[in-house]
Design a protein around this ligand. Structure first.
Ligand SMILES: [Zn+2]
Length: 339
């Protein structure tokens, strides 16, 4: 088995957001921490730019054109939270391309684990709307690529960013080939992702929202992974697991109020690694948020260390949290394994 592969690209640093919390120092901090550890032995590669065709699997052409032309004019604000500079379009193309490259490495390259560490992040980007620091839905573009270019039948996306991945959710809301599970603080930006939203049409039951209150710690997050996400994954039996990995649920993060630690992220990574191993499928990680540079870089290192380690990591034992139990009860109507 080939070593794990990490995709990055210098264009991530050219998405100039000034004093914004989502800034280039995030990638600099992560890459410094990884390089100090010799990149954990991962094979580091430059991400290609995603093609129009790859991005158009989830975004209409006018959405791509609008971002491209705004960047060509030197940039500007898209909404209160989201801005672009001249270099942002290129950065966004490589961010999406990194997710596509992760999927290609996992499905063609015989690689067991791959990660895409880019900015801007992607999980808030809706089909026709950039928002929440996000321009293109990177992880969604990766999942769509796995299904349409590689012919996979089912993809599981687990989003542990502290904010609801409204963009990813919207893109796959009515589909049963992508199971989208999101654990997120509620109430919090963007205000979507209630427990009652389970998807629509053929996708009913394939959107799983796990809202948790501010103050939620490792035990709460790990309990949801162990007692909800893992059983769902076993029953869904995906061909690929993708993590939409934000690190802003960290106790030190300034943008939210959860209390996850470095070990908590490593624990979630271990659970998901073990799940993918059990199912005999590869696992990819796509970076989302995380705004406290020390916490972000330490937690990325901790997760990648677990994901890339040889063999299946031990899964943390965790009690059934009352909120995870409620999630089991409401989702049992769609997933017999939770009954
Ligand atoms: Zn976030």
């Amino acid at each position: 088995m080939a070593v794990s592969v990490l995709f990055r690209h210098p264009s991530s640093l050219e998405h100039d957001t000034g004093a914004h919390p989502e800034n280039a120092r995030r990638i600099v901090a992560i890459e410094r921490a990884l390089s100090e550890r010799d990149w954990l032995g991962w094979d580091v590669r430059e991400s290609p730019a995603a093609t129009r065709q790859e991005i158009e699997r989830v975004h209409p052409p006018h959405h791509i054109d609008r971002i491209e032309s705004l960047c060509r004019r030197g940039g500007g604000m898209i909404d209160m939270d989201t801005l672009v500079s001249e270099g942002s379009f290129e950065a966004a193309l490589h961010g999406a391309g990194g997710a596509v490259a992760v999927v290609d490495a996992l499905l063609d390259g015989g690689v067991r684990c791959a990660a895409s560490l880019h900015r801007p992040p992607g999980h808030h980007a809706e089909p026709a709307r950039a928002m929440g620091f996000c321009l293109f839905g990177n992880v969604a573009i990766g999942a769509a690529h796995a299904i349409e270019a590689h012919g996979l039948a089912r993809v599981l996306i687990f989003d542990w960013d502290v904010h609801h991945g409204n963009g990813t959710a919207k893109i796959f809301h009515d589909r049963d080939d992508v199971l989208f599970c999101s654990i997120h603080q509620s109430p919090l930006y963007p205000g979507t992702g209630p427990a009652s939203d389970v998807g629509s049409g053929a996708g009913e039951g394939f959107t799983v929202n796990l809202p948790v209150p501010g103050g939620s710690d490792d035990a709460v997050f790990l309990s949801h992974v162990e007692h909800v996400v893992r059983p769902l994954a076993r029953q869904f039996a995906p061909d690929l697991v993708l993590l939409s990995a934000g690190y802003d649920a960290h106790a030190e993060d300034p943008l939210a109020g959860c209390r996850v630690t470095d070990d908590g992220f490593a624990g979630m990574a271990a659970s998901m690694r073990a799940t993918a191993d059990e199912l005999g499928v590869p696992l990819g990680l796509v970076l989302e948020g995380g705004y406290q540079l020390g916490a972000l870089s330490r937690s990325v290192v901790a997760s990648l260390e677990v994901l890339g380690a040889a063999g299946t990591p031990p899964v943390p034992e965790v009690a059934l949290d009352p909120l995870a139990e409620q999630a089991q009860e409401r989702l049992a109507a769609y997933w017999s394994t939770l009954a």
